[in-house]
Design a protein around this ligand. Sequence first.
Ligand code: HXC
Length: 520
Amino acid sequence: MSSRIEELKKLYEQAMLGGGKEAIEAQHSRGKLTARERVELLVDPGTFLELDMFVRHRATEFGMDKRWVWGDAVVTGLAKIDGRRTVVIAQDFTFMGGSLGEMHAAKIVKAMQFAISQGIPIVFLNDSGGARIQEGVDSLKGYGDIFYMNVMASGVVPQIAAIMGPCAGGAVYSPALMDFVVMVKKTSFMFITGPRVVKAAIGEVVDEQQLGGPEVHASKSGQADFVADNDKEAISIIKRLLSYLPSNNMEDPPVIKVGDPPDRDVPELDEVVPEDPNAPYDMYRVINGVLDAGSFLEVKAHWAKNAITGFGRIDGRSVCVIANQPNYLAGVLDIDSSDKIAEHVRFCDAFNIPIITFVDVPGYMPGTRQEHGGIIRHGAKVLYAYSEATVPKITVIVRKAYGGAYIAMGSKHLGADFVAAWPTAEIAVMGPEGAAEIIWRRELEAVKDPQERAKLLAKFTEEYRSKFANPYVAASRGYIDSVIQPRDTRRVIARALDMLSTKREVRIWVPPKKHGLTPV
Ligand code: HXC
């Protein structure tokens, strides 16, 4: 017996070393932690229940029969993170660059099946050279199986990917199918084809970071939700993100009180909106004023900055934050901000997180670039997402709410449960100046002197503004439930959240369908 135990200990030690001491040193010299070090940082001490430590690949071609390690370059298992069960997958770059073959993939799929059947989130730490070239089509089959499981898990359990090294080729599609992507500065990149292929195919010369580094994906493609300075920070972002989420779609998110009173008066909100209706201001002041102190976690902070998306807490309850940002492109809805908002609304609806929307939007972005780029179908995603969402929906119209964008941004007409407006709200088909130019076109054209015409336009604009650029017309029709003083916003939202906490919206009048056809 004791010899068998000794043998097990030896095998265990071998497995713990992954690709070996030298490869571990090389990993450290790249500024990266190993898969096991990452798992250790991520999970609560003593909770990791590892799966498949002694799995080996079955490949024999290209000398693979002599080249193998226990575990086949991926660490998988179940563990607790801040006391909550999670499935953890960490690719081990120290053996064959963490490349993915048949058995490597099988381990990942098994872990994902656990997550789905147990109703617990998936955290996938990517660090891989992609399909293991020596295993050929078996590697591709492995990726296909993972993508399929990503789709099966979608909307059932939260899926978080961290990119902590290479993620190239088809490998990018697993993170792309997951809910959130965290990328690590300097060491990570994601692309469909690498610099060499790009040069050969289209003659473009670009390096890995310029092509698919974290900064690029965080600010240009919108693929990265978070950017971390290093592995350690990436792991703390994952933990923080998980704290806002339920373990699955049948649960409510955890309530974490920080002792910030829900009925707190926020006098500074009375001063946020400038006198000049066209002057910008910072919507973060509103968001941070309303949420529990320090609870705002922004998602996609560097992409489509005219919209703000994230999570926060009010009286400890998780909420989804959606807002226009007047400080950036006047908060207009364009292609990217529409995608950003629609995606976040859909995620929060899938996972029972009430949606709070702060509106200051001058409309959808005009122009050929937007029209030809598909603003119609991208903008439609926002309408679809809000209409589809059945979680509590609370909207605060802070200032402008014009045209289609008024409807899109969580209006009563798309099923908002409670809509409040500040006295500074302007709700109309379009901005006063544009409206005046159309309504009084003939009168304006009759005046030939440009200065006189400008004066007349200003008069008509003011007339339109005083009639419609306020919350009271909409309130008189019940499209707005309440006009509130800005300083009361936190307490009003907290009360509305409490009142809506048992909301169940069952749309029995809609005939059963396989699924709706969300615009893409
Ligand atoms: C087999 C691989 C590998 C792979 C890396 N290695 N990628 N082995 N299959 N895909 C091995 C290397 O040969 C090397 O082995 C070790 O891992 C470490 O790699 P290095 O090159 O020394 O590391 P580094 O300089 O950091 O470069 C990492 C890298 C590079 C950028 C990932 O290795 C690389 O470009 N690899 C190929 C990437 C690729 O083309 N993958 C296929 C993508 S297509 P030794 O023996 O030296 O230790 C794809 C299709 C999926 O994934 C489709 C799904 C639908």
